[in-house]
Ligand binder design. Structure first.
Ligand SMILES: Nc1ncnc2c1ncn2[C@@H]1O[C@H](COP(=O)(O)OP(=O)(O)OP(=O)(O)O)[C@@H](O)[C@H]1O
Ligand SMILES: [Mg+2]
Length: 378
C-alpha cells in the first residue's frame, strides 16, 4: 500500500445470510479524491459505504485506511476520521441544529467551548445563519437546510474522509444544484477524500473525479466522467450514462473557454452570447434556442472574449467517437447554459446562418428526481 491510497478495499464481500450484497469489490481511493458510486438500486452502494465506517462489518476481504486495516482502528479514531451524511439526514428530531452539529465532537468529549466554536464555524461554512438556525429543531427546517445541517454534522470533527449516501437525493433540482455547487466549493478548499453515492448521473458527472459503476455487488467500470462517456464498457454502463444523450453529457464536461476562438483570432459577433465559463452543452442549447450556428463568448463582466461556432464543437477532438445506436432510457440533462441571450458590447449584433435540420425543442431539461428508500440511523 502506498501513501497515495487513503481508502483501499481489497476483494471485499458482504453477505446477508445467503445473499451477497457486495461481491469481491476492490477499490483504491486517493487522498483528496471525490469518488462517486453509481448503479441500480440494490447493487451494494450503501453497503459499501457502511462497511468503510464499520456501521456493518465486511464478511470477507480487507478494508484499509492509510494502510491500516479498519478492524484495527479503534471506534473513536474511526469516528473522528470519517464523516457520514445520508439522504434522510439522520438528525435527532428532539435536538436543536447546534446540538445535532456538535454530535461527534461531543462523543469525542471535546470541551463545550470548543464544540460551540466549531459549530459556529460550520454553520457559517454552510451558509446557515447562527442567530436564525442554531436553536431550531429539524422539523422547522426545509429539506435543503436540513441537508446542510447533515453535511455540517458530518464535517464537525474535521474528518479527512467523508462518506455521503445520496445526501442531496430528496431535494428539488434547484436546491440540489445549489448544494452540489457548495460541495464543489467546500471540496476545493477542504480537500477531503469523499465517497459519494448517487442515483443521479448528472450529479455524478458534475462532482466526480472518478465514477465507479457497480452492478450486482461488483465494479463494472471505473474512470473519470470523460473516460466513461468516451468508452462505456458495455450496454449497461452506456444506458446508465444516458444512452444517446451521452454526446450532450460529454459536451457538458467541456468548457466553452477551451474551444472558443479568442477575439481577434476570428472576428465575429452574434445576437446571442455564451459565458466562457459555460460548457459546450449550454452553448449548443443557446445555438438551438436562437437558431444560430455561432455565438459570441463573454467573460464574467459581459465583455466579448471570443466566438464559438458549431463547427468548432463538431471538430473538437475528444468529443465522442462514433456513437453506437443503443436504446436510451434517460432524458436527464443538466441546466448548464446561461439562458439570457444578449448582444455583446460595442459591435452591432448580427444574426448568423440558421442551424439547418435540427429541432428547436427546449434543450434544457431538469434531471428527474430518482430517490431511494430513506435510511434511518441514529
Ligand atoms: N441489513 C441488511 N440485511 C439484509 N440485507 C441487506 C441489508 N442491507 C442491505 N441488504 C441487501 O443488500 C443489497 C445491497 O443493498 P444496498 O443498500 O447496499 O444497495 P444500494 O446500492 O445502496 O441500493 P439503493 O440505490 O436502493 O440505495 C440489497 O439486496 C439489500 O436488500
Ligand atoms: Mg443505498
Amino acid at each position: 500500500m502506498t501513501d497515495q491510497v487513503r481508502i483501499a478495499l481489497l476483494n471485499v464481500s458482504k453477505r446477508f445470510g445467503d445473499d451477497t450484497a457486495v461481491d469481491g469489490l476492490s477499490l483504491a481511493i486517493a487522498p483528496g479524491e471525490l469518488c462517486v458510486l453509481v448503479g441500480t438500486s440494490g447493487c451494494g452502494k450503501s453497503t459499501t459505504l457502511r462497511m468503510i465506517n464499520r456501521l456493518i462489518e465486511h464478511s470477507d476481504g480487507q478494508i484499509h485506511i492509510d494502510g491500516q486495516p479498519i478492524r484495527e482502528i479503534n471506534e473513536q479514531a474511526l469516528r473522528r476520521r470519517i464523516g457520514y451524511a445520508i439522504q434522510s439526514t439522520g438528525l435527532f428530531p428532539h435536538w436543536t441544529v447546534a446540538r445535532n452539529i456538535g454530535l461527534v465532537p461531543r462523543l469525542l468529549k471535546w470541551p463545550n467551548e470548543r464544540i460551540q466554536k466549531r459549530t459556529r464555524e460550520l454553520m457559517q461554512l454552510l451558509g446557515l445563519k447562527e442567530a436564525e438556525f442554531a436553536g431550531k429543531y429539524p422539523h422547522q427546517l426545509s429539506g435543503g437546510q436540513a441537508q446542510r445541517v447533515g453535511v455540517a454534522r458530518a464535517l464537525a470533527a474535521d474528518p479527512d474522509i467523508l462518506l455521503m449516501d445520496e445526501p442531496f437525493g430528496a431535494l428539488d433540482p434547484i436546491t440540489r444544484e445549489a448544494l452540489q455547487n457548495e460541495l464543489i466549493r467546500l471540496q476545493a478548499r477542504l480537500k477531503k477524500t469523499i465517497v459519494f453515492v448517487t442515483h443521479d448521473m448528472e450529479e455524478a458527472m458534475k462532482l466526480a473525479d472518478r465514477i465507479v459503476v457497480m452492478d450486482g455487488g461488483k465494479v463494472v467500470q471505473q474512470g473519470s466522467p470523460q473516460d466513461l462517456l468516451m468508452a462505456p464498457e458495455n450496454a449497461f454502463v452506456e444506458s446508465l450514462l444516458g444512452g444517446r444523450d451521452r454526446g450532450l453529457k460529454q459536451a457538458g464536461l467541456i468548457p466553452v473557454r477551451d474551444v472558443m476562438h479568442p477575439t481577434g483570432a476570428r472576428r465575429q459577433t452574434t445576437a446571442a452570447a455564451v459565458s466562457a465559463d459555460d460548457n459546450l452543452r449550454g452553448a449548443l442549447s443557446l445555438m438551438l434556442l436562437n437558431r444560430l450556428s455561432s455565438l459570441t463568448v463573454v467573460d464574467e463582466r459581459d465583455r466579448t472574449v471570443g466566438t464559438l461556432g458549431v463547427d468548432d464543437i463538431m471538430h473538437r477532438k475528444n468529443l465522442l467517437p462514433a456513437a453506437s445506436a443503443k436504446p436510451t432510457n434517460s432524458s436527464a440533462n443538466q441546466p448548464a447554459s446561461k439562458p439570457a441571450p444578449r448582444s455583446d458590447d460595442g459591435d452591432a449584433p448580427e444574426a448568423k446562418a440558421k442551424v439547418q435540420g435540427v429541432s428547436t425543442d427546449r434543450a434544457e431539461k431538469m434531471s428527474p428526481h430518482q430517490g431511494s428508500e430513506p435510511h434511518h440511523e441514529e
